[in-house]
Design a protein around this ligand. Structure first.
Ligand SMILES: N[C@@H](CCC(=O)N[C@@H](CS)C(=O)NCC(=O)O)C(=O)O
Length: 228
């Protein structure tokens, strides 16, 4: 059976959504990243990068959320557009845009706005600007179509959904005023029973929620260099 190594955060949620949408049986294994479980030797044999999500399929291991989505889509064959060169070019382009743009810039925007010490004005400005720039490209894309690939709901939407759920935390409470088409698209996915099941998975665990000294140490290990 597939095993999903999971924490209730944007990247693992993408995979949970795909599995729930397709009704694929899987075992859910919690990785409490605020307690540092992502750094264990056992977990790093599955994801050498020490981050969630990761997955095993028998003896096969897969890590990095969009790689997992592509692997699952090829294995299960659902929520992918018709297999044409044009569709594949478009799908891979948006998946990479999300993996290399939306994810990292949103992650850093959250880090500098909510967790970094002062002075941070330069970094907040840079990452807020870039996170906005990426989301405004998505806003444009969704202006005249229902989903990222057109009329069809696909793994590109699922990948984006992981981050879109937390846009107010990333961009600010008034972000939806400038992203009405992203909001319309997000509401349509949030209304899906599979999205609600994916969101509810966290109730199976008691993940640490405090961002205390221990959590900062394991989530931001680079800070140790500043103290020395
Ligand atoms: N590129 C990776 C990024 C994974 C990632 O940053 N995961 C976060 C949760 S959304 C995590 O595990 N953070 C814990 C840490 O950085 O120690 C992916 O798309 O899967």
């Amino acid at each position: 059976m597939l095993k999903l190594y999971y924490h209730p955060s944007p990247n693992p949620l993408k995979i949970a959504l795909y599995l729930e949408e397709t009704g694929t049986p899987y075992e859910l294994i919690g990785v409490d990243t605020r307690k540092g479980e992502q750094h264990s030797a056992a977990f790093k044999t599955i994801n050498p990068n020490g981050k969630t999500p990761a997955m095993t399929d028998g003896d096969i291991r897969i890590f990095d959320s969009n790689a997992i989505l592509i692997y699952l889509a090829e294995k299960i064959g659902q929520f992918v557009p018709e297999n044409t060169p044009e569709n594949k070019a478009e799908m891979y382009s948006w998946l990479m845009f999300i993996a290399t743009g939306i994810g990292p810039y949103c992650g850093q925007a959250v880090h500098f706005k909510h967790f970094a010490p002062e002075p941070k004005e330069y970094a907040v400005n840079r990452y807020d600007f870039e996170a906005w720039r990426h989301w405004l490209i998505i806003e444009e894309r969704l202006t005249n179509q229902l989903y990222m690939m057109g009329d069809q709901y696909t793994i590109v939407d699922m990948s984006l959904w992981g981050w879109a759920r937390v846009i107010p935390f990333i961009l600010g409470a008034d972000a939806w005023e400038k992203l009405p088409n992203v909001k319309r698209w997000l509401d349509s996915i949030n209304a899906r029973p599979a999205a609600q099941r994916a969101e509810a998975l966290k109730a199976q665990f008691q993940f640490k929620t405090e961002m205390d000294e221990e959590a900062r140490k394991v989530l931001f290990p680079g800070n140790a260099r500043l103290a020395s």
